[in-house]
Design a protein around this ligand. Structure first.
Ligand code: COA
Length: 160
């Protein structure tokens, strides 16, 4: 059976923590789709199209990756597109409660073939989030080593 996996998030911006999960998941599954979603409750730095372009550029070294944007219910997108795995990253205990609730609700909504699979975030990145990166950066702090080079370049361009 071909394994079609999905890794979702707002990726505003993609961080090295996300990248670490993506590189590991890409080894586990035949095809991995990065599904970018608009989260209306978050103030965005980059448009969906900008995020898609930056992610495609960052992931050029991986040959089983697709990048897509979607909106609405995650389960509809998963069921309609034939995914059999949804990958989630767990950074710390604080992620667990939210993730288990979401996984259990999604288990009711997903087609029977679909499983949510958790990968533990590399400890070197377990303290970062996209909002924290944006806040530190906007206040002049260094985010070196926390985001891929393409993202850093685009953040610098945005600031000018
Ligand atoms: N490295 C760095 N940061 C990470 C990370 C990692 N490995 N894993 C998670 N994060 C951070 C992200 O940067 C993000 O930070 P932010 O809040 O500062 O932006 C935060 O953790 C949350 O990430 P994530 O859960 O991946 O993204 P999200 O909250 O933007 O979207 C969805 C999560 C897409 C799964 C969820 O919103 C969804 O399913 N939406 C569709 C609607 C739906 O179906 N709802 C019902 C769900 S049961």
């Amino acid at each position: 059976m071909q394994t079609k996996a999905l890794y979702t998030g707002s990726f505003d911006p993609l961080t090295n923590g996300h990248l670490n999960i993506i590189e590991r998941a890409a080894k586990l599954y035949d095809e991995l789709t990065i599904g970018i979603i608009v989260n209306p409750s978050k103030k965005a730095m980059f448009s969906l199209e900008e995020r898609k372009n930056m992610i495609e550029e960052t992931l050029r070294h991986l040959d089983n990756i697709r990048v897509d944007c979607f909106s609405g219910l995650l389960a509809n997108y998963v069921n309609d597109n034939g995914f059999n795995v949804v990958v989630r990253g767990l950074r710390a205990a604080m992620d667990f409660e939210y993730e288990i609730q979401m996984a259990q609700m999604n288990a009711r909504l997903f087609d029977k073939r679909v499983e949510t699979v958790f990968l533990m975030t590399d400890p070197g990145y377990s303290f970062i989030s996209s909002s924290m990166i944006k806040e530190v950066y906007s206040l002049g702090g260094s985010i070196e080593g926390l985001v891929p080079e393409t993202i850093q370049r685009n953040m610098d361009r945005c600031k000018r």
